[in-house]
Design a protein around this ligand. Structure first.
Ligand SMILES: *Cc1c(COP(=O)(O)O)cnc(C)c1O
Length: 229
């Protein structure tokens, strides 16, 4: 079995090549190592290989792992990438640097309420259902611009960009990545502070190179680093 450190080196190399192919600076793409269901020892190993940014999806698991003594001295930066119910949001305030999966106005409102209460600013991404599959979370692309005015007015939160989980078919995925990038550009035109809207979280183990070519700034890779779940 390949080691976590050699997997990471290989993923970084592929990200770099995809970025250069598209005429992008590879430094504009950050790798989110998705460690859900994997033990803290594996996060430690990735940390020792220079990986600092990790993504978790399950609240209880995340809250336990971040306190794990195995991670002492490693101080990972955490992103929460899972689906979020409003009643769980409070647990994330001040514990993650970015929340990827806000998929409804009501959840964004709750995030704003909780951040305000804790006197903190919370950064988040809006999840968009670009594949329009019924089983997927996310706002429909056409809903995003309608919601924009209210989203930009919410206190104590900063919308930093968009996130999607693309369809499994590579050709469909490529179109979805492009659609997400175009949606971000339109959203910037509506934004009071467009310079804050910089992030496109797209691409996973099976499709991150296409996502990078289409403008991803955050790729969320789990299996290709840590193995099958
Ligand atoms: C699990 C997960 C990933 C990582 O998927 P892999 O195919 O293992 O790379 C990325 N994004 C989200 C939202 C996830 O839940």
């Amino acid at each position: 079995m390949d080691s976590i450190s050699s997997n990471l080196a290989e993923i970084r190399r592929r990200i770099e090549r995809a970025a250069l192919d598209a005429g992008r600076d590879p430094a504009t793409v950050r790798l989110v190592a998705v460690s859900k269901t994997k033990p803290a020892e594996m996060i430690r190993e990735a940390c020792e290989a220079g990986q600092t940014l990790f993504g978790e999806s399950y609240m209880q698991e995340f809250l336990e792992k971040r306190e794990d003594p195995v991670l002492e001295g490693c101080s990972p930066e955490w992103h929460f990438i899972g689906h979020l119910q409003s009643n769980k949001i409070r647990s994330l305030i001040g514990r993650v640097s970015l929340i990827h999966g806000i998929d409804k106005l009501s959840t964004a409102r709750e995030l704003s309420r909780q951040a305000l209460k804790h006197a903190l600013t919370a950064d988040y991404l809006l999840e968009v259902n670009t594949s329009r599959e019924e089983t997927k979370y996310g706002m429909r692309p056409e809903e995003v611009e309608t919601a924009a005015e209210e989203l930009f007015a919410l206190p104590s939160v900063r919308l930093r960009g968009l996130m999607t989980i693309a369809a499994p078919d590579p050709e469909a995925a490529e179109l979805e990545f492009r659609e997400l990038r175009e949606l971000l550009l339109r959203l910037r035109k509506l934004a009071p502070r467009p310079e804050e809207l910089t992030e496109l979280s797209m691409g996973m183990s099976s499709d991150f190179e296409a996502a990078v070519r289409e403008g991803a700034t955050l790729v969320r890779v789990g299996t290709a680093i840590f193995g099958w779940r």
